[in-house]
Design a protein around this ligand. Structure first.
Ligand SMILES: [Zn+2]
Length: 328
């Protein structure tokens, strides 16, 4: 099986953005070291709106200049070490800005691309794409929508065809969520590990120009989430996230997951990493060819680093750890 370990490289979007050092630089350094140690590769979906904002505002604040240097240095190191960087878009950077107090994250009415009209979307994608290319010196071929809000994909088709973006990895089969900020519905997504599509990410289209590699998903019991929340309280040194910001709320989602079994992503984030081995053992028996694991440097914990390392050590000769570039 081909396993794609993917990490969304971004700050937090709740009331506290968190520091670059703790959300990005330090955990990502550890991830890159893991790759070197075990000779595997990972994909980093870089928050291109953040890169664009940084480039735009860096000259007004000396501390932002430093932040930009640290990010730029790390991204170059990711690329040099043979890991992959791809395109992640959180359009709320349109309205978020920097002040002496730090980043002021504004998400109301601008969290997802579909909050904007077609002309605005084209402008955003162009600017973010160029900021991405300038920083990385590579052209992205794969996309992951911020907050999984990739629908309707028809708004992105023309621009993506022009920019050469031909893979998407935003779909989590079986998961849907709607709130003030979020809107995605993958209830009807094909239960396949890769498929072609054209304008609807949930509709396989044989001759479609795009390929979906959905994020692996599985069923989690309510007990899993009780454990997740309780362990975090009892053993913070092992289970506390390394990132120092807070999440944009997802109202109702936590409560639902504590009451009933729910479908969610297969992930390296925190306690989710405890299921990596179990999930991959079961799907490789069923002959699955691809698995996309999602994670975030900011959401890594000491526990998840341990589980991830054990997972890689155990599987590096059994499966192939590839990136989106390897699909070409
Ligand atoms: Zn994101």
């Amino acid at each position: 099986m081909n396993i794609l370990l993917t990490f969304d490289y971004e700050l937090f979007f709740g009331s506290k953005s968190g520091s670059v050092e703790h959300c990005l630089i330090r955990p990502t350094e550890r991830l890159v070291r893991l790759c070197e140690k075990y000779e595997v590769k990972m994909t980093f979906f870089l928050d291109a709106g953040y890169l664009w904002r940084l480039q735009k505002e860096k000259d007004s604040y000396p501390e932002l200049h430093k932040e930009m240097d640290a990010i730029s240095h790390q991204i170059k190191q990711i690329v040099r070490s043979g890991n992959d960087v791809q395109f992640h878009v959180h359009p709320h950077w349109e309205k978020s800005f920097y002040s002496e107090k730090g980043w002021k994250i504004e998400t109301s009415g601008c969290y997802k691309l579909s909050d904007f009209d077609q002309v605005e979307i084209n402008g955003i994608l162009d600017r973010y794409y160029h900021a991405f290319c300038e920083m990385t010196e590579v052209k992205p071929i794969a996309y992951r929508a911020g907050g999984w809000c990739v629908q309707p994909f028809s708004l992105l088709v023309q621009k993506f065809e022009a920019l050469g973006i031909r893979y998407d990895s935003s779909v989590m089969p079986g998961v849907s969520f709607h709130s003030e900020h979020y809107a995605f519905d993958f209830t009807d997504a094909p239960r396949k590990d890769n498929y072609a599509f054209q304008t609807d990410v949930c509709l396989e289209t044989e001759k479609g120009a795009f390929t979906e590699l959905p994020i692996s998903s599985m069923k989690y019991s309510a007990l899993f989430f009780w454990r997740l929340y309780i362990l975090g309280r009892l053993f913070p040194s092992r289970h506390k996230m390394l990132g120092d910001g807070n999440f944009l709320p997802q109202p109702g989602r936590k409560k639902k997951s504590l009451m009933n079994a729910t479908v969610n992503h297969v992930s390296t984030d925190g306690y989710f990493a405890s299921k990596l081995e179990f999930y991959h053992q079961s799907v490789s028996k069923r002959g699955q060819d691809y698995s996309v694991v999602i994670g975030h440097p900011k959401s890594m914990t000491e526990f998840s680093f341990e589980k991830l390392e054990r997972f890689i050590a155990k599987n590096r000769n059994k499966h192939r750890f590839i990136t989106f570039r390897d699909l070409e």
